[in-house]
Write a protein that binds this ligand. Structure first.
Ligand SMILES: [Zn+2]
Length: 316
């Protein structure tokens, strides 16, 4: 993605940004409706006027969320230059926010207003949820890459216009697409799960070898070896949990949050167990309860809802 704004004059920056942004919105406005869940209403609505007002609302709300985020991220030194940038880009939105009597220079006021009305993170979250499955070369299909590049384009225009030492960051953790997240999750699973797991297996093999031969580093290591073993065990457990809670939609590592856990099925039965007692094998029957849990998760990153089933077994 190339930066069209470096070395350009201010008027030119605004001109290019306006054209690129408007072209984008014209092409993909229906996606904005989809992100805020108004797409179905739009499709079923017969009244063309009402349809247009839905579209107007969605495009206005999205642009406002960008404006508010820019104002919020701004360092006080450039506040005036930022405001000038936004006014040149679209003075209507700035007027609208001012008409709501929101103090444009107060971060608290802006934060509250964004939270109640147009929060960019919410848009990015919805987009991440809807777009991560799309991977198409077709025309008019909005992909995560196109979406991300458009927002990066706004960042570039702003950074070139304001010339602040600190760059604007509209995307935050949403700079990464599902594809990027999936590569990152694969890397993390190597260090957080597979590596300690292999170490535990080597530990086990070494232990068995030493058990039948001369004691080596593990048995002679005593408590120190035990300590390392426990560390490895905790490491692998944390890693395994992170892997289990990786979202299947946006692929972000450890992003699923448990919302509810309910037992949907359970059965009790007798199980034969063997206990070694004074070198004598003593079979006993114990009552065991096997339960199937339905766990509902929500992804912190993209809002994706996921259901997982887990079977647990316990002795009664
Ligand atoms: Zn997700």
């Amino acid at each position: 993605m190339n930066n069209d704004y470096v070395g350009k004059k201010n008027e030119e920056i605004i001109k290019i940004l306006r054209k690129k942004y408007n072209d984008f919105i014209k092409k993909y406005d229906l996606y904005l409706l989809m992100f805020i869940g108004m797409y179905d209403i739009y499709i079923n609505e017969k009244n063309q006027k009402l349809k247009n007002s839905h579209l107007d609302y969605a495009t206005f709300a999205f642009k406002s969320s960008i404006f508010l985020r820019i104002l919020l991220q701004d360092k006080s030194l450039n506040k005036e230059k930022s405001l000038k940038f936004l006014k040149k880009w679209d003075s209507e939105i700035i007027t609208y926010i001012s008409d709501d009597e929101v103090e444009l220079t107060s971060n608290d006021a802006l934060k509250n207003y964004a939270k109640d009305n147009y929060d960019l993170d919410t848009w990015l979250k919805y987009a991440s949820n809807e777009l991560s499955l799309i991977n198409s070369e077709e025309k008019f299909v909005l992909t995560e890459e196109i979406w991300r590049d458009m927002i990066i384009d706004v960042e570039n225009a702003y950074n070139a216009y304001v010339e602040s030492s600190e760059s604007l960051d509209l995307l935050g953790s949403y700079r990464k697409t599902a594809k990027d997240n999936s590569i990152a999750a694969l890397n993390t699973s190597f260090y957080a799960f597979w590596l300690p797991l292999v170490a535990i297996i080597i530990f086990g093999i070494k232990f068995v070898i030493e058990l039948f031969g001369d004691a080596g580093i593990i048995m002679n290591g005593g408590w120190l070896s035990f300590f390392f073993f426990v560390i490895l065990l905790i490491w692998v457990m944390i890693g395994s949990n992170g892997m289990y809670c990786t979202c299947s939609n946006c692929h972000k590592w450890n992003s699923l949050q448990l919302v509810s856990d309910s037992v949907i099925d359970s059965e009790k039965y007798w199980e034969r167990k063997h206990y070694m007692e004074k070198n004598y094998n003593n079979p006993v029957h114990v009552m065991v309860e096997k339960s199937v849990h339905e766990e509902r998760y929500v992804c912190k990153h993209c809002g994706n809802k996921e259901i997982k089933y887990r079977t647990t077994k316990r002795e009664l």
